[in-house]
Ligand binder design. Sequence first.
Ligand code: SAM
Length: 301
Amino acid sequence: MAEPASLHVPPLRAMTIAAVRRELSHAFRSAGLDSPELDARLLVGHALGLDHTALVVVADRPLDESQAITLAALAARRLAREPVARIVGSKEFWGLNLRIADATLVPRPETETVVEAALAAIDDGGSRTRSLRVADLGTGSGALLLALLSELPNAVGVGTDVSLPALQTARASAKELGLGSRAMFVNCDFGKALAGDFDLVVSNPPYIVSGEIAALPEEVRHDPRLALDGGADGLVCYRTIAADAGRLIGLAGHFVVELGYGQDAAVAALMKAAGLEPMRARADLAGIPRALTARVATMPP
Ligand SMILES: C[S@@+](CC[C@H](N)C(=O)[O-])C[C@H]1O[C@@H](n2cnc3c(N)ncnc32)[C@H](O)[C@@H]1O
């Protein structure tokens, strides 16, 4: 049977860089990818080792044979719905370039809402330059921890994960970003191996209902199952984390978690059951409640 036209990688040999970008954008758009121009730019830049500005400067230069072969292979992976971040091995989050490996979730833009909520909680308590202790439970690529350390110059932090390869990836990113001396990584079950008091505990736990994973878009299914699977009701990891949160933040700290779609009321309820006092959820750019902040509940007078 003939391959569908939308999955063909166009011939790229002897084309200029500008023409290759146009051809790939067209192929990606025809295949129904969401951001064809951006994907084409990132893959061409990766294949040639050039950033955005350099790609513009050398736009009229033709591709050589080996570059054309490399790029055709990368484009074929993208047409097969592999996310660009996995193909190039990195993803920008909060303006930081993070490494991505098979064991790490690709950090999502909406997770930046957790960073915003955490920084708002810190700002309420004083200057960002004070000494602070931060923990990120289920750190994956290190996205939340490294974003926070980049904003809090005198903070130290720990990221935990049950995946050793994820921790190795996060540690490598911390070093590359010059944050390695302030970031520690611990292989454990969420907060179990940690001792308080943290000023801030953040987490973006796995929160997809197990039975819904098979129906997720193909690109999401490239993420490790360990990073997605939130159990029968999607809330299993929240229960584990909330049970430890009070011990970790003490009376003065804040706890901030990412919320899956429609989970705000359920997560607030389980936080209350764990002795925490949830505040109003912060919405992401699509208006969806995405980050819930809580403190230890104080007894009524
Ligand atoms: C949704 S991903 C979040 C990754 C990263 N924090 C982010 O926001 O992009 C959840 C992470 O939790 C980790 N994880 C799953 N179960 C865990 C457990 N019991 N203890 C610690 N980490 C766990 C996964 O390996 C994965 O890295």
